[in-house]
Every structure is written in structure tokens, then in C-alpha cells.
Design a protein around this ligand. Structure first.
Ligand code: XMP
Length: 535
């Protein structure tokens, strides 16, 4: 295994991700573990190497973090990245100086001399025959003098010591970030370190992750009880399945049906979690309560606030009942959430208003404190695709794990203006037809369904009436808009060029099968300037 010592960089988990991608087991621990801890960790001989992460701090600032000195005395390879390089240089007798200006962005890195780490890894070769790397840099301080025993491994225009190595001891360090995708050869460099230099075995699979995660949850929770708000979305479903695997009936899931769910969604969630996994799930039918509070409200933000507030109310009251009724023996002590790594970065980075809004609903912000519960977040270190892989390994159906995202406020933000039960019923039917046909239609070239080829697709209810003709009669009914987008990060998105045959089928099915809708339109706006949801 590989140990990653975290100095607090926002991208430390990306290092872990790259190591896992190489099918090597790794663990991230804070950089301030003690020398004894390190020696103990390495005792059984399974540890093959250590990676020191980057940090926001400067080696010169007060209370600067050091790596435990024992790391350099284990006889194992060590890779220092960015701040990790500076810490290595500083602790082994080199010199680090505060840079006059911060270097941030792309850099062309020249590999100096042959090192096992960078040998034959390059993006291009200069006329002089030197191998060059396109890398991502983000640092203020830099190493200005190599520690004894080290040689120069890489340099850039503005950073003469951008990499150093003491190959006899297996110590390597890079000022740039191999873990980010902007460094094109980054994966190759990290694989070279863990496989070629540390000699780890490529035997890590998702099944092992489950065993580790289960053991960790059991150790954390002991005999205490846990509650979890199950939404039917990917993250909370996978978290529920994992925690249930770990502690069985000590977990109670609360599934709030706010009346703004998709067709049959509630039944599907219950079939899966109660029918197949035999988990304890309390289904709360709160549709009347939500729709009651939404009556007469048409402002999008006001609607969102009401839905968020009611959700917290319902959840709190169920958590309270659980304790009072004795359904939970000792009362829950933990609140579990399906927070995944991108949520962690997002909240730390505070990418602006939207990110904050999404977050506060998504993670029911503030609930743990209000309920006096400890927080259990077993997916905190995983990326979305890893969460999906984990879900499938836990036995959740492919379709559930590969579902498009669905916003917390549900159909509430897909019915423009005031939300009424009549509208939710019409929208649910139209949306189900659209989704079913996206699954039915395959793209000839890729063999994928259009559901797979789009990132998010749904129907939107427009509370305006238009005139139509059906049979011999005149109709005067509502309009539905179809929305389908392609995106990798949901921050920007393109409208999907769905085949006309698919649009035609969906339109004719909706108009024929959903009484009350006589017109279907397709939304051809990209984000920005439009958003994905209509409200
Ligand atoms: P927009 O409409 O801002 O949406 O382009 C970007 C992504 O975020 C989802 N979304 C939400 N998710 N709670 C959520 O959990 C919310 O309040 C919320 N609002 C938007 C939206 O579905 C899309 O995937």
C-alpha cells in the first residue's frame, strides 16, 4: 500500500484517485501524525512508499507543517509534490525561499538527466533532444538549494529546481502537480512512482474498498444508531447500501416523499431498499404538507426556500419520533450523508452563489448540529464514477446507479410558477414518457442509448394554455418543454442534439397519452446563459 500524507491541499484526494486508478491501495492521513505512528504503520511490511501532498501554506509561515521525520528513515521511496517537495528539501538539509511572485498555471518542464521517475515520460522533445513535460504549477516558495545527496531532476524557466531526486534512497520530488489532469503525463508519473519505484502490487479492487469502508464504519459507529435521509439519488442510495452492509439494522433511512418526485420513484426506492436489501426505511408521505405550503407561491427562490425548510422540518420530526417511539433503541447518535468528494471541494472552495445554494439543500446544511448528531460521511473521499462503481459492487441496479441527477426541490423547480397537484401529475407522466424513450432510442454510431448520451434530461411544465385540435374537437391545454443537456461538470452545458425521430415519438406519445397537454416544445438553450433547470 501507499501512504499519502495530507498537508491540506484541495487536490490531495486527486493523488489518492490516481493511485486507486492504478489499482493500488492507498490511505490519506493528516501530515501531523507522529513518528511512532509512522513506524507502527510501516511495521507489517505492507507499506511500499509515501507521497507528501501539496498545501496552501508556505514553509516560512508560522507553525508550518513538517512531515514526520520518520518518513525519511523507513528505507522506503518517498515522493514529495509541491509543498511536499519543499518540506522534503527543508527537512533533509536543502534550502527553500519565498518566491517574489506566485507561479500559477501551465509550465513547460525540462527533464534534467536520467531519473527512474521521469525516464521516457514526455509530451514533446526539443530540437536539442530534451524531453519536455506540459505541467501545472501552483506555488509561491521554491527550493533554491538541493539537500545533500540530491540531484536536479527537472526545471522550468522560472523555477530552476522544479524536481529533485536522491535515487539511492528512493526520494523524488516535483514542484509541479502530477495529480491534476492539466499535467498530461501526470498519471504516468504517479504510476511510475507507485508501480515502478515502490513496486506495489496492482491488486486493489472495489471489493476491497467495501471491506475497508465497512470496517471503518463499524469502528466509528460501534453499537450506536444512525439515521440517513434517503432521496433515491445516486449518492444517498450508495451511502445507505454501504452503511447497511456495515451495520444492518442500526441504520434507519428516512425517505421523504414531498409530492415532487418522479413517477413511481417512491415505490422503486422502497422495493429496492426494503424489498431487496432488507434495510429499515421510514417512508414519510408529506405531499400534502409540502403542496399546502407551496400554494399561492410562484417566486422560484421562495419555492426553493419553502421546500428546503419543510424538508428539514419533516426530517427533524421523524428523527425525534424515532427516538420517542423506541423504534430506535437508544436514539440515533449519527446522521449519515452521501457527501462525495466534489461536494467537499465545492464547499471548501465556495465557488459562488449557485454552488452554495445547491450545497445547502443537497446536504441539508446545519441539520447535524440542530439534531445534536455526529456526522457519518462514508463517501467523502470518492469521485462520482467511483461512487457508481461502488454502488454496483454493493448490488444496486445499474439503472439506479447511473441515473441522471435530480435536484433536491424536485418537480418543484420544473413547474414554472405556482405548484399544484394537477400540474405535478401531468408533469410526472410526460417526464416518464420522455425518459422511457431516451432509454429506447440508441445511437447507431456508438451503440449507446440517448439516456446514456445525455447528462440530464427531463420535462418542464409550462402553465400556459394553447389551442390544438384533436379528432374533431378543439383543445385548449397546457404546454410541456423537453430539456436534455450534455455536460461534464454541470457548470456549463450544451443542449443535446437529439434525433428528430426520438423527439417525434416523445411528442406524439405525450400529446396522445397525457390528457391535459396538447403541445410539446424542445429547449435549445445552452448554459450559460440559460441554466439547466428552468427555475
Ligand atoms: P442549474 O439549473 O443551476 O443546475 O444549471 C445545475 C445542476 O444542479 C442541479 N440543481 C440542484 N441540485 N438542489 C440540488 O440538489 C438544488 O436545489 C438544485 N438546483 C439545481 C440541477 O438539476 C443541475 O444538475
Amino acid at each position: 500500500k501507499i501512504l499519502i500524507l495530507d498537508f491540506g491541499s484541495q487536490v490531495t484526494q486527486l493523488i489518492a484517485r490516481r493511485v486507486r486508478d492504478a489499482h493500488v491501495f492507498c490511505e490519506v492521513h493528516p501530515c501531523d501524525v507522529s513518528d511512532e505512528w509512522i513506524r507502527d504503520y510501516a511495521k507489517d511490511g505492507t507499506l511500499k512508499g509515501v507521497i507528501l501532498s501539496g498545501s496552501h501554506a508556505s514553509i516560512y509561515e508560522e507553525a508550518t507543517d513538517k512531515a514526520p521525520q520518520a518518513v525519511f528513515e523507513l528505507g522506503l521511496p518517498v515522493l514529495g509534490i509541491c509543498y511536499g517537495m519543499q518540506a522534503m528539501a527543508w527537512q533533509l538539509g536543502g534550502k527553500v525561499e519565498g518566491g517574489h511572485k506566485r507561479e500559477f498555471g501551465h509550465a513547460d518542464v525540462r527533464a534534467r538527466g536520467h531519473t527512474k521517475l521521469l525516464e521516457n515520460i514526455q509530451d514533446y522533445v526539443t530540437d536539442a533532444g530534451e524531453g519536455m513535460l506540459k505541467a501545472w504549477m501552483s506555488h509561491g516558495d521554491k527550493v533554491t538549494e538541493l539537500p545533500p545527496g540530491f540531484k536536479l531532476m527537472a526545471s522550468t524557466e522560472s523555477c530552476p529546481i522544479a524536481g529533485m531526486a536522491d535515487e539511492a534512497r528512493g526520494f523524488y520530488a516535483l514542484q509541479f502537480h502530477p495529480e491534476v489532469t492539466h499535467t498530461k503525463q501526470g498519471t504516468a508519473i504517479i504510476e511510475r512512482f507507485v508501480l515502478g519505484i515502490c513496486g506495489t502490487r496492482q491488486d486493489w479492487v472495489m471489493g476491497d474498498y467495501i471491506a475497508e469502508a465497512v470496517a471503518k464504519i463499524q469502528a466509528q459507529v460501534g453499537t450506536e444508531e444512525v439515521i440517513l435521509g434517503l432521496s433515491g439519488g445516486v449518492d444517498s442510495s450508495v451511502a445507505a447500501a454501504l452503511i447497511h452492509r456495515a451495520i444492518g439494522d442500526q441504520l434507519t433511512c428516512v425517505f421523504v416523499d414531498h409530492g415532487l418526485l418522479r413517477l413511481n420513484e417512491g415505490d422503486m426506492v422502497m422495493d429496492m431498499f426494503v424489498g431487496k436489501l432488507h434495510a429499515k426505511v421510514i417512508r414519510v408521505d408529506a405531499a400534502d404538507q409540502f403542496l399546502g405550503h407551496l400554494a399561492g407561491v410562484s417566486d422560484p427562490e421562495a419555492k426553493r426556500k419553502i421546500i428546503g425548510r419543510e424538508f428539514v422540518e419533516v426530517f427533524k420530526s421523524e428523527a425525534g419520533k424515532l427516538t420517542a417511539s423506541g423504534a430506535s433503541k437508544n436514539g440515533a447518535k449519527w446522521l449519515a450523508q452521501g457527501t462525495i468528494y466534489p461536494d467537499v471541494i465545492e464547499s471548501g472552495g465556495g465557488k459562488g452563489k449557485k454552488a452554495v445554494t445547491i450545497k445547502s439543500h443537497h446536504n441539508v446544511g446545519g441539520l447535524p448540529e440542530q439534531l445534536g448528531l455526529k456526522l457519518l460521511e462514508p463517501l467523502r473521499e470518492l469521485f462520482k464514477d467511483e461512487v457508481r462503481e461502488l454502488g454496483e459492487a454493493l448490488g444496486l441496479p445499474h439503472d439506479m446507479v447511473y441515473r441522471h441527477p435530480f435536484p433536491g426541490p424536485g418537480l418543484g423547480v420544473r413547474i414554472l410558477g405556482e405548484v399544484k397537484k394537477e400540474y405535478t401529475d401531468l408533469l410526472r407522466q410526460a417526464d416518464a414518457i420522455f425518459i422511457a424513450e431516451l432509454h429506447n432510442f440508441k445511437d447507431a454510431e456508438t451503440g449507446k442509448t440517448w439516456y446514456e448520451l445525455t447528462s440530464q434530461a427531463f420535462a418542464v411544465f409550462l402553465p400556459v394554455k394553447s389551442v390544438g385540435v384533436m379528432g374533431d374537437g378543439r383543445t385548449y391545454d397546457y404546454v410541456v418543454a423537453l430539456r436534455a443537456v450534455q455536460t461534464s461538470d454541470f457548470m456549463t452545458a450544451d443542449w443535446a442534439e437529439l434525433p428528430y425521430a426520438l423527439l417525434k415519438k416523445v411528442s406524439s406519445r405525450i400529446i396522445n397519452e397525457v390528457r391535459g397537454i396538447n403541445r410539446v416544445t424542445y429547449d435549445v438553450s445552452s448554459k450559460p446563459p440559460a441554466t439547466i433547470e428552468w427555475e
